[in-house]
Design a protein around this ligand. Sequence first.
Ligand SMILES: [Zn+2]
Length: 170
Amino acid sequence: MKTICAWCNKVLTEGDTPDGMLSHGICPDCLEELIRTPEISLADFLNSIEFPVLVTDHSLAVQQMNRTAERILGGSVGESVGLKFGAAIECLHAGMPGGCGGNESCEGCVLRKTIKETYEDGQPRYGVYSEHELMPANGARARRFRFSATKAGEAVLLAIEEVREVPLAT
Ligand SMILES: [Zn+2]
């Protein structure tokens, strides 16, 4: 899958790109600028891009998200900051005893694994899929997320590239 920088559109990795299957990351130059320019607030930087981006720490707690992420996930920055990522996307397991990451099924969570690995080795990951059954408040349903993860300082930037409603796994 072809990957471009979400900020400057520089090509990060070449690859076959079926229709609409473009992945987004952040290039080293933009990452450096973000880290070295304290007068640009993270919120402003995130809001300057048009697709949903969240920032999490290594424990998967959401530190910041942009307006597009708020709109797509149906939360608000105020409500989501400090929540585990699973709670922000309304993952079923985040609402169970133990919370996000505290259930047996969380061991196979692609999202969780990807954020942890990105944090540990600093290597970006693009075009990753993770499927989550959602909290049943609005009826049983599941969503599949496609995202990229890029380490920035002590945080991980998650760009959500696609959100699709999918049939519940049985
Ligand atoms: Zn860039």
